[in-house]
Every structure is written in structure tokens, then in C-alpha cells.
Design a protein around this ligand. Sequence first.
Ligand code: DC
Length: 221
Amino acid sequence: MNSNIITIDGPSGGGKSTVSQMLATHLHYTYLDTGAMYRAVGIKIIRSKIDENDQEALNQLLTDIDLRLSTDDSGTKVFIDNDDVSQAIRTAEMGMVASRVSAIPAVRRTLTTLQQEMGQQGKIVAEGRDMGTVVFPNAPHKFYLDATAEERARRRHLQLQEKGEASDYQNLLQQIIKRDHDDSSRDLAPLKAADDAIIIDSSTMDAEAVVRFMLDRINAC
Ligand code: DC
């Protein structure tokens, strides 16, 4: 296990998804979007209307959950109980919900096990917050992709404007700062670079440059 696993961790909005997908396509690896899994559990909890502090109800939901990912060139599709939630999980609100439920031990245990099972096949690019530290600690190639909060908010603001959606830069910046704080200060599997991860600051690099840099490092091993 853990041969041919590449981990890419880092804060939200740092370009992990774009870079991970490009790298996976280039290497003919499978792209594993673990943020999508936390978002999916978040939406399931909300739709089920259970109290997330009710251990018994939560354990039942996690036992019963039928969570499926399918990835192609257009990205990751996410299904819960055969319901396609790919679009519904991609809102800023669901990002905050995912961040909140990701701090619950039972949720982390369930998804960590599932991710490790998915990793058994090898040849995956696993993207998230704790891929290199907790889920695949023996992965041979680990990267941590960072960028300033201001740059990440600026990119997100531009993306939303290009899509013709309403966007407020200051609001986005505050959300990013809060999510960084919550993700990195939780007790369980907090967002941080693994000791043996290569840290990349993408503030002044585009996605192609980041992928080229990663491939150079991978090929050098
Ligand atoms: O990468 P994303 O924005 O889709 O992730 C949503 C939230 O899920 C993120 O704020 C924290 C949580 N998450 C996590 O705790 N561990 C992961 N491996 C991936 C995501």
C-alpha cells in the first residue's frame, strides 16, 4: 500500500483541485477529492435533519451512508444514495458546513477508513487537509500548496465574477480566514503540512507552473 500515492494538502482556495486534477490526468492516476466527501457528509446530515451532536443518530447515518465518487476529465461527481449532489455541495455555505462536520471524530474515522480503502489500488492523487499527515502518512510524494489569504480571496472573487455571480471580496476574505482558522486549530487531523511535505507557495505561480514543479520533484525521486 501507499506506492504511487501523491498527497496534496493545503488551505481552501489555494488551487489544490485544479492542480490535483491536472497532475492526475498527466500521470493517468485517479484523482481523489476528499473535500467533496466531507461536503457530501455535511449535506447528508443537513438533509436528514439530525442533530449532529446526537452520537447515536450520527453513527447510524454514517453506517448507512451510500457515498460514491466518480471522476472524469470534467471533475468529480458525488452521489449520495444514488442522488447526484455534485452541484449542491459546491456552495460556500456547504464549505463551511463541511469544515464544521469534519471536526467530528466519528465523521473523520469513517471517511479516513473509506479514503484508505480507495487508496489501496494505488496510483492516486489524494487532495485534502490531512492526506500526507494522517490518511497516507507513508505516501512517497507529499505536497502542501499554500497561497496568501488575500490572493486566494482575489482568485475566488474573479471566478465568481466571471460566472456572473454576486461576490464581495471582503466577505470572501473573512470566510477564507475563518475556514483556515477552524481547519487548522481543530484537535483531530488539523490542516498542516506533513514534516516531509514539499511546501509550495502558489501566490505568484499559475497552475501549469505548479504542476511542472511537482512533476520535476516526482521525477527526481
Ligand atoms: O477542500 P474543500 O474546500 O472541498 O473541503 C471542505 C472542508 O472539508 C474543509 O474546510 C475541511 C474539510 N476537509 C477536511 O477536514 N479534511 C480533508 N481531507 C478534506 C476536507
